[in-house]
Design a protein around this ligand. Structure first.
Ligand code: SAM
Length: 244
């Protein structure tokens, strides 16, 4: 896993490995992952230029005005692969710490022959500082680990530091999508985002956050939450220029 020198001390609380991978996935890890993985170097910051990530891809030539979208904690990758398939003109970056999830995404990339997707295996908080200012036009954080016990709240991904970095790497007008099935985390997300002046909540009424839009396919975690009787919330925030 890539690690930036200034963040080596940060602790990650999620799990890295699950069940042993089957032969097909092991094979994709060996053959496909090296082609799509994003490597961080210890050089200058920023050192991950989204346009350069796709420069060697003949069938996806990032145009001068190409957009780049990021999904953080993509789990099994079903949402990310759907977005990449439905938006072939967009370059996608997926960041995930759980290795089995990365392997699952590789299967989607291979099955659908996706050319517009790159993967960062590790903690997104190490990747974000390496991205250029205003380089992303959409970011997804779908059903992040809720850490519901109050003594664990500080482990949540949505924190001021993460939002500061997102505000920096997101272009003016870029969209931040968040999903959660945890009422405590929902309140937390709203509180942390609505006290800022660089993100604005786009919902005009309850339907806008209680109902998932058609361009937002269900994730595995969300399906399990609904089966367990929980009611997810779907938030869309817009990155906006500071007024001062
Ligand atoms: C509860 S799962 C949800 C997965 C998926 N988004 C879904 O809805 O099915 C949260 C995922 O986020 C990943 N994750 C949590 N914090 C992360 C971080 N800082 N960087 C990268 N991935 C992270 C975890 O490894 C886990 O796979």
């Amino acid at each position: 896993m890539s690690k930036s020198p200034d963040t080596a001390a940060r602790h990650f609380y999620g799990r890295r490995h699950g069940r042993p991978l089957r032969a097909k996935l092991r094979n994709l890890v060996e053959t496909l992952l090296p082609k799509v993985r994003i490597e961080l170097t210890e050089g200058t910051v920023p050192d991950v230029d989204p346009r350069e990530l796709f420069s060697g891809e003949a069938t996806f030539a990032a145009a001068p005005n190409a957009e780049f979208w990021l999904e953080i904690g993509f789990g099994g990758g079903e949402h990310l692969a759907w977005q990449a398939e439905h938006h072939p003109e967009v370059g996608f970056i997926g960041a995930e710490y759980f290795f089995n999830g990365i392997a699952s995404l590789l299967r989607h990339i291979d099955d659908r022959q996706l050319k517009n997707l790159r993967v960062y295996e590790g903690d997104v908080r190490d990747l974000l500082p390496k991205l250029p200012d205003a380089s992303l036009t959409r970011v997804f954080i779908l059903f992040p680990d809720p850490w519901p016990k109050s003594r664990h709240n500080k482990r949540r991904l949505v924190q001021d530091e993460t939002l500061d970095e997102l505000a920096r790497v997101m272009a003016d007008g870029a969209e931040l999508r968040l999903g959660t099935d945890d009422p405590g985390y929902l309140n937390w997300m709203l509180e942390y985002l609505m006290r800022r002046d660089d993100f604005v909540w786009t919902a005009r009424g309850p339907q806008d956050w209680r109902v998932r839009t058609e361009d937002w396919p269900q994730t595995r975690y969300e399906r399990k939450a609904i089966e367990a009787g929980r009611k997810p919330a779907y938030l869309k925030f817009r990155r906006c220029r500071r007024s001062h």
